[in-house]
Design a protein around this ligand. Structure first.
Ligand SMILES: Nc1ncnc2c1ncn2[C@@H]1O[C@H](COP(=O)(O)OP(=O)(O)OP(=O)(O)O)[C@@H](O)[C@H]1O
Length: 246
C-alpha cells in the first residue's frame, strides 16, 4: 500500500529540547489510525508539523501520490492541499443554524477569491444535507448550533471540516466530554469516514481507542515506541512502562 502521508526523520527542537526525535510515520489513503502516548510524547507537535504550524529542524513530510512536501507551506495551503484538523474545542458559530454553519464552511472551501461572488445553488444545499447526514445531524439542520449538545457541536465541526474534502483528517481527543452514546456514535462516524480518507485520532481514552479497532501508534519522547493492533501495543512491556502502567 502506498502511503498518503509520509513523515520521515523529523526532528523538532524547542529551546534546546528535542520534542520530536527522528520521527517516522506513515499513513495509508483510507486508514483509521490512533496515536497514543504519555503527556509530552509529541502528539500535538506531530499534528502541528503536518498542518504547517510548527517547522521541523530536519526530516521530510510528504503528502499524496505526487509526494508533495508539506514543509515550507502555510497552514492555509496545507488545508487546501487536503489536510483538515479538528481541535479539541469546537469552534462553531453558535448563533447560526447547523445548516448555515455547514454552508459557511462550504463557502470558505471555495478559496478566498471565489467567495466574493459565490451564491449557494441547489448542489450546495444538497451537499449541506449530505454533510449533515454524514455527521448524524440531518434531523437538526434548522437548530441553532448553540443549542446543540457538546458531542453534536463536535460532529458539526467535523462536518464543517468535511466541506473542504480533506484526504487526511487529524482529530484531537474526539471523545473528551462526550456521553457514552455520543462516544459510540463518534466511533462509528470515524470508522465510516476512514473508508474514503485517512483519519488520525489522537486520544488518551484507551477504551475509546479499543473501540476504534484500528492500528495504533504509540509515541514516546518524540518518536514511535510501538505500532500495531491495540492488543499488540498494550502487551508491549515498554508501552506498559511508559504509558499504561502509570
Ligand atoms: N512551543 C513550545 N515551546 C517549548 N516546548 C514545547 C512547545 N510545544 C511543545 N513543547 C514541549 O514539547 C514536548 C511535546 O509536547 P506535545 O504537546 O507535542 O506533547 P503531547 O504528546 O501532545 O502531550 P499531551 O498529551 O499532554 O497533549 C513537551 O515536552 C512540551 O512541553
Amino acid at each position: 500500500m502506498s502511503s498518503l502521508l509520509e513523515v520521515s526523520g523529523v526532528c523538532v527542537t524547542f529551546d534546546g529540547f528535542r520534542a520530536i526525535n527522528n520521527l517516522s510515520f506513515q499513513i495509508g489513503p483510507a486508514e483509521l489510525r490512533a496515536v497514543i502516548g504519555p503527556n509530552g510524547a509529541g502528539k500535538t507537535t506531530f499534528m502541528d508539523i503536518v498542518t504547517g504550524k510548527t517547522r521541523p529542524d530536519a526530516g521530510r513530510v510528504l503528502f499524496g501520490e505526487k509526494s508533495i512536501s508539506l514543509l515550507r507551506r502555510s497552514e492555509a495551503e496545507i488545508a487546501r492541499i487536503g489536510v483538515g484538523r479538528k481541535f479539541q474545542r469546537p469552534t462553531v458559530f453558535e448563533d447560526q443554524s447547523v445548516a448555515d454553519n455547514l454552508m459557511t464552511a462550504l463557502k470558505a472551501a471555495r478559496g478566498p477569491w471565489k467567495v466574493l461572488f459565490w451564491r449557494p445553488g441547489p448542489a450546495d444545499h444538497a451537499r449541506v444535507l449530505e454533510l449533515a447526514d454524514q455527521v448524524g445531524l440531518a434531523a437538526h439542520l434548522a437548530r441553532k448550533s448553540g443549542e446543540l449538545s457538546h458531542g453534536q457541536k463536535q460532529w458539526l465541526e467535523i462536518g464543517m471540516l468535511l466541506a473542504q474534502e480533506p484526504r487526511l483528517l487529524l482529530v484531537d481527543e474526539p471523545a473528551a466530554g462526550m456521553t457514552l452514546a455520543e462516544r459510540e456514535q463518534t466511533t462509528a462516524m470515524l470508522v465510516d469516514l476512514a473508508k474514503t480518507r485517512a483519519v488520525v485520532v489522537v486520544e488518551h481514552d484507551m477504551e475509546f481507542v479499543r473501540r476504534l479497532n484500528c492500528k495504533v501508534t504509540v509515541l514516546h519522547e518524540g518518536s514511535v515506541l510501538a505500532e500495531g493492533s491495540i492488543d499488540h501495543v498494550t502487551a508491549d512491556p515498554q508501552v506498559v512502562e511508559v504509558y499504561l502502567g502509570r
